[in-house]
Design a protein around this ligand. Structure first.
Ligand SMILES: Cc1cc2nc3c(=O)[nH]c(=O)nc-3n(C[C@H](O)[C@H](O)[C@H](O)COP(=O)(O)OP(=O)(O)OC[C@H]3O[C@@H](n4cnc5c(N)ncnc54)[C@H](O)[C@@H]3O)c2cc1C
Length: 327
């Protein structure tokens, strides 16, 4: 058993200073992902920097966007009245994940950086390029029922697990970060990296960078947004397939359509071709089916997960049907 040094910080400056002194350190927020992976030996840092006391717990509605601090608990985010009105897809996505107790501990920043639930990633006896680069991918020839059909590579087919990240992808959210070189903003569509040849690199965050907040633009379509998730059981379970959709209905036709898919991609999967099918069209079952077919263009089903190609199309059609209902 390896000793890990623990330090707790109360300001962003102190967190970054601490990281400069311990460049192999990892940040610890709610700990609902971190503690499991430390116990299992998937992560082995010398130091953890506890950031749960940082003053990043505010949800603030500004003129052009709403700012959600990185330490806002998942439950506070889901039940916040402004979020429920302005961005219902966020509330629905968060409440469709984990359990009440976990949502009370889990933070917004930690949720976005939680790790895949691919069982081979957590099994130190299995080959996994994400955990141990160059070791291979046990999932490709193994039991791959829960794995990705979109965005995989010959090195990794692990799905991205976060429901919140899927909702944020349909809202064109931006991630505000601070690092050794200052602050910057990353559009969520540029935040996650598909595995390619380097599955161990999951985001465009630089080493030591800290998520400060999520910025949610006040697009009119965000108010008319919806999340639909299918899983093996109704609680405490990750998505087999999920769809986050946002759109206006202008004179009975879809406008400003945004679609993101979960449970099927190696990253939260933005379905732009499906958006184009819907734009300017009146809702109908035939239109939903056409958009859903576009959404799975390029899908590569594996031995045990071919059912996902159909399931994700039905999930997307169900979410679109809901959007088109009169409120
Ligand atoms: C049984 C179970 C079921 C679950 N079901 C679901 C589900 O259905 N859907 C779903 O989406 N999630 C689910 N989760 C995952 C849960 O949502 C995440 O564990 C949680 O959101 C992580 O947040 P945290 O604050 O605890 O992060 P931590 O565990 O503290 O950290 C996670 C990662 O984020 C990094 N980190 C945290 N905050 C920051 C920051 N501000 N800046 C930079 N790096 C940071 C840490 O270094 C670490 O790498 C489930 C978890 C469990 C245990």
């Amino acid at each position: 058993m390896k000793d890990i040094a623990y330090t707790r910080v109360e300001s962003v400056g102190a967190a970054l200073d601490s990281w400069r002194r311990h460049p192999d350190a990892m940040y610890l927020a709610g700990g609902t992902t971190m503690v499991d992976l430390l116990r299992e030996g998937v992560f082995m840092p010398e130091t953890v920097i506890d950031i749960s006391g940082l003053p990043l717990r505010e949800i603030r509605v500004d003129r052009e966007f709403t700012r959600v601090g990185a330490m806002v608990a998942n439950s506070d985010l889901a039940w916040n009245p402004a979020i429920r009105t302005l961005f219902p897809v966020i509330s629905q996505a968060v409440l469709a994940g984990a359990s009440g107790q976990i949502r009370n501990m889990a933070s917004t920043g930690g949720n976005l950086l939680q790790r895949t639930r691919c069982p081979y990633y957590r099994d130190l006896g299995a080959a996994c390029n994400k955990r141990s680069p160059g070791s291979g991918c046990a999932a490709i020839g193994g039991f791959n029922r829960s794995h990705a059909i979109l965005g995989g590579s010959e090195h990794c087919i692990a799905t991205h697990p976060s429901d919140l990240a899927v909702a944020l992808t349909a809202l064109d959210a931006r991630i505000r970060v601070a690092g050794p070189d200052g602050e910057r903003e990353i559009p969520i569509t540029e935040f996650y990296l598909p595995p390619g040849d380097t599955p161990q690199r999951e985001t465009t965050l630089e080493r030591g960078e800290l998520i400060l907040a999520v910025h949610l633009p006040h697009a009119p379509s965000a108010r008319n947004s919806h999340y639909f998730k299918v899983r093996d059981r109704q609680s405490f379970e990750f998505a087999l397939a999920s769809s986050a959709v946002a759109a206006d209905l202008v004179e009975g036709k879809f406008a400003h359509v945004r679609i993101a898919l979960g449970g099927v991609g190696t990253v939260p999967w933005r379905a732009r071709a499906a958006e184009r099918v819907l734009e300017g069209q009146a809702p109908s079952e035939m239109l939903f089916a056409g958009a859903a077919a576009e959404a799975v263009t390029g899908a590569v089903p594996r031995r045990h997960n071919a059912f996902k190609t159909t399931l994700i199309q039905r999930t997307l059609a169900a979410a679109l049907r809901r959007l088109a209902e009169p409120s």
